[in-house]
Design a protein. Structure first.
Length: 613
């Protein structure tokens, strides 16, 4: 079954079909339908009533507005209506089809503000293929007219129902990409100020489409660098491609399929490109895929009961809208950049005017909106230690080139898309400026005091007393090294050196900033005594209990510490006698091996090596 059954489609002719369309130009500000629509101007969704009927349009539509977001015209690939919802004088009988997933696409001709191309695509088993027509907005008193109609492109080629427009990397020209039927060929047509190049660039890549796989849609990420294509039929899933906006070439396919994804009809990227949504029409399911994972699993995020899942499209308000067939609401993912249930599925997001209902189609428009002013945006790890570096992530939209300014840093400026290794040596607060530019203009973002460079940590040093090495206390963490190798578990401010060599310690302060101290040529000993302090341990080797006796253990309590040969501190039970001149250490928990005992009392310290059997 292709989409709804034939009986369902015939019945649908008797209804007023809702055709949802964001129009293009500087703002995608309009969404319209057979009897109702939404105006997104000023960031709101305002219902309005219109007086047109496109009762033959089940699926793909497109439209365009001026730079201020005022509607110019719209089409379903067959009939063209002006801003007053009146058919243009010659806007009839274009060679699209009422049931083509992406049957229409409006593209402004670069350098000609009054001329627009309408690409019309036939159904996947139709013979008309791909055609274009020309609308001149200077005609008919400024309401527009179709002055050229139905010019064939690649005559005789049978295309699938997938068609998308992507702005060229120069921000001016446009690629129109279509997928041929029963093959794995993509055709990329370039539109410039000279018009349409009728010879497409060919990308032979990915899955070979079966007959019903030609049904479905294509979408690209907001920056135009990735394309997703859904496959309705036996392929059961979708495919991801990289897209080169300079050459028009698709590459690096990633095919994700599962019987659960049968009837895969629509795809849509989240605004930040991390998530992709897949709508499975006849099974009433929508899945989300986290594209930061190499082979992302599908997560079921919506299951509208008994409602065919139609197209999905990213709106000007960063919401992903969904058309559910015969539903009198427009559905939506309100937070599409969030994973799982946090994407916030709303089945009744926007009520359609006058009880009209959705068909399957949503609008087709150019990605990204290259004729819009750029928006500069970035982030970075912005609290760092002196002498360290940070990397910047560019989140700008509609931009082609960038100028970064980093006062106080090395380097102090960059034209990279994502500058890395920007280093700051001196503590303080520093501004960052990003100027994002495209062919239309530029946008400047200045974040004052964005970078905080913490004060330098206090100097560190190491002192040696016998076998014990002492760092300066007061750090939040310590890590000791021997001859350049980390000593696992040596994370205290002191360390008992079991062998001679070079030692260093890395100490972090409250801000996480690190400072290092080094001591070379340490000579390790097995036993030491301070002044006349006489200490003895027995038995050695020990099996169960180690006794510690000495003339000066009474008075202030002595601290007894046990270390293994790696310098790791081990907690054991220590039991003093009544007069504190003898103590016992329970060594039964120790595995067999060599250990060190350290006894400290005020300014006195004793160390000895013992063997546990």
């Amino acid at each position: 079954m292709k989409k709804p059954s034939l009986t369902f489609v015939l019945l649908f002719f008797l209804w007023l079909n809702h055709l949802f369309a964001f129009t293009q130009k500087e703002n995608n500000n309009w969404c319209f339908g057979s009897n109702a629509g939404l105006d997104f101007n000023n960031g709101t969704q305002v219902p309005f009533q219109s007086a047109f009927f496109l009762s033959g349009a089940l699926e793909g539509v497109s439209g365009i507005s001026d730079a201020s977001g005022n509607l110019l015209f719209y089409t379903n690939g067959i009939t063209v209506y002006n801003k007053n919802h009146v058919q243009m004088p010659n806007g009839i009988n274009l060679l699209g089809h009422f049931s083509t997933s992406e049957g229409a696409l409006v593209v402004p001709q670069p350098g000609s503000p009054n001329l627009y191309f309408i690409f019309s695509l036939d159904q996947y088993n139709g013979i008309n293929g791909l055609h274009y027509s020309v609308v001149d907005m200077n005609a008919a008193g400024g309401l527009g007219d179709v002055t050229v109609a139905n010019v064939p492109l690649s005559a005789g080629t049978i295309y699938s129902e997938k068609m998308i427009g992507i702005r060229h990397s120069n921000g001016i020209d446009v690629w129109v990409i279509v997928h041929t039927s029963s093959s794995n060929d993509f055709h990329s047509y370039l539109i410039t100020s000279a018009g349409i190049n009728p010879v497409p660039l060919l990308s032979t890549v990915g899955q070979v489409l079966g007959f019903d796989d030609a049904v479905g849609t294509m979408r690209c990420s907001f920056d135009g660098t990735r394309i997703a294509a859904s496959y309705w039929g036996p392929l059961s899933g979708f495919e991801l491609f990289d897209f080169d906006k300079s050459t028009g070439i698709l590459s690096n396919p990633l095919f994700l399929t599962d019987p659960l994804y049968y009837y895969a009809y629509s795809v849509c990227f989240s605004p930040n490109g991390q998530y992709l949504y897949l709508g499975c029409c006849n099974t009433f399911k929508i899945y989300q895929f986290d594209l930061s994972i190499a082979i992302p699993p599908g997560v079921l995020v919506a299951s509208p009961p008994n409602l065919y899942v139609g197209d999905m499209q990213l709106g000007p308000d960063s919401i992903v809208y969904v058309s559910l067939h015969t539903h009198n609401y427009l559905s939506a993912f309100m937070n599409p950049d969030s994973g799982g249930a946090a994407c916030n599925w709303q089945q009744n997001a926007v009520s359609l005017f006058g009880g009209t209902t959705c068909a399957l189609g949503l609008p087709n428009y150019i990605y990204p909106e290259g004729n819009a002013l750029p928006t500069a945006l970035f982030n970075a790890q912005n609290h760092i230690c002196p002498g360290t570096c940070t990397d910047f992530s560019n989140l700008s939209m509609n931009s082609l080139s960038y100028l970064w300014i980093f006062p106080g840093a090395n380097p102090a400026a960059s034209t990279d898309v994502n500058p890395s290794t920007i280093c700051y040596n001196t503590p303080g607060n520093y501004d960052v400026t990003l100027i994002a530019t495209n062919a239309i203009g530029s946008d400047t973002l200045l974040l004052q005091n964005y970078i905080t460079v913490y004060p330098a940590p206090a100097p560190q040093g190491i002192q040696q007393s016998g076998d014990t090495l002492f760092a300066i206390q007061g750090g939040t963490s310590y890590q000791w090294y021997f001859n350049g190798s980390i000593i696992n578990g040596a994370t205290d401010y002191f360390y008992v050196a079991p062998q001679s060599g070079n030692y260093n310690v890395v100490v972090a302060d409250n801000n996480g900033c690190e400072v290092e101290a080094v001591i070379n040529d340490v000579l390790a000993h097995t036993q030491s005594a301070v002044e006349s302090w006489q200490i003895a341990i027995y038995p050695n080797p020990v099996v169960e209990t180690l006794s510690v006796i000495g003339y000066s253990l009474s008075g202030t309590a002595a601290e007894i510490l046990i270390y293994n040969v790696l310098g790791e501190k081990i907690v054991l039970d220590v039991n003093p006698t009544m007069n504190r001149e003898q103590m016992t250490v329970d060594c039964r928990p120790l595995p067999s091996g060599t250990y060190y005992i350290q006894i400290m009392q005020q300014d006195k310290m004793f160390r000895a090596k013992f063997l546990k059997q």
